[in-house]
Design a protein around this ligand. Structure first.
Ligand SMILES: Cc1cc2nc3c(=O)[nH]c(=O)nc-3n(C[C@H](O)[C@H](O)[C@H](O)COP(=O)(O)O)c2cc1C
Length: 245
């Protein structure tokens, strides 16, 4: 092989390692039920947070902080915020789905071992906004990358994570003493679980289904059809036991 074509990947993943990465992605779940009351080992939590901290970030800004919330009383107050926010959200849901919405379990704030609020410090790169001059919201997206790293690492460790977004952000900021220039991005319920469901809860309850990936791919422009070969390749794929999408 000519030098220019040599693949320099001494750390290359072998097939079992590749399979494990995809398995974490295909079997990661948002968990609201099935949390165990058992405490989560700090050594495990440390690994999850380190994974989160290695997420990509605009201008290497690393805008995140992680508030670990263990106190039962504080969590009860967060749950009250959730209940109030859910009541406010309900009228925005189409009438025929409101009964189902009410039945859905949409948080595990009290049952999980602990909660983590992942925040974004919007001023951390204020003097050198590399990558944020035109797109200031990139710090928010970077923080979401950290959440996803956390979530996938948790899956690999057999730890459940549930993201609760039905909370009024200003009320949460005030409850957790989050400064004005810091935005709460994710409120996560984290802990050991009895099981991880094979498919999304919202799919099981008939709320939604995974969209066919082929219908989400365009070629060259947003309205460009095509990529027939790519779409055939997608049709051949398996998701390692998880329901195909
Ligand atoms: C930004 C974001 C916010 C979410 N907020 C909630 C929430 O408030 N309550 C909830 O039960 N699930 C929430 N989820 C989880 C989604 O419902 C879940 O990811 C989706 O149904 C697919 O299921 P899966 O994560 O198990 O694959 C949220 C997920 C994301 C990415």
């Amino acid at each position: 092989m000519p030098e220019a074509m040599t693949v320099h990947d001494e750390d290359g993943f072998d097939q079992p390692a590749r399979d494990a990465v995809y398995r974490a992605m295909f079997t990661r779940r948002d968990v609201r039920s099935h949390f165990l009351p058992a405490a989560l080992d700090d050594a495990v939590l440390a690994r999850l947070l380190l994974a989160a901290h290695h997420a990509p970030s605009v201008g290497f800004m690393q805008p995140w902080n992680f508030i670990v919330i263990r106190d039962a009383e504080r969590r009860e107050k967060v749950r009250d915020l959730f209940l109030a926010a859910r009541d406010l959200e309900l009228p925005a849901i189409e009438a025929e789905r409101q009964a189902l919405y009410r039945q859905l379990k949409l948080e595990g704030i009290r049952e999980s071992a602990l909660n983590i609020c992942v925040t974004c410090n919007r001023e951390r790169s204020k003097h050198s906004p590399l990558g944020r001059w035109h797109n200031p919201e990139m710090d928010l997206y970077s923080t979401v990358c950290a959440v996803q790293n956390f979530w996938l690492a948790a899956r690999a460790e057999g730890v459940g994570v549930g993201w609760v977004s039905i909370i009024e952000p200003q009320a949460l900021k005030s409850l957790l003493s989050i400064p004005e220039h810091v935005t709460p991005i994710a409120y996560l319920c984290v802990g050991r679980v009895t099981e991880l469901a094979p498919r999304p809860d919202l799919e099981t309850h008939g709320w939604g289904q995974r969209l066919p990936l082929s219908e989400l791919i365009m070629s060259e422009t947003f309205s460009g059809p095509g990529e027939t070969l790519l779409k055939s390749a997608i049709a051949e794929l398996k998701t390692g036991g998880a329901p195909p999408g």
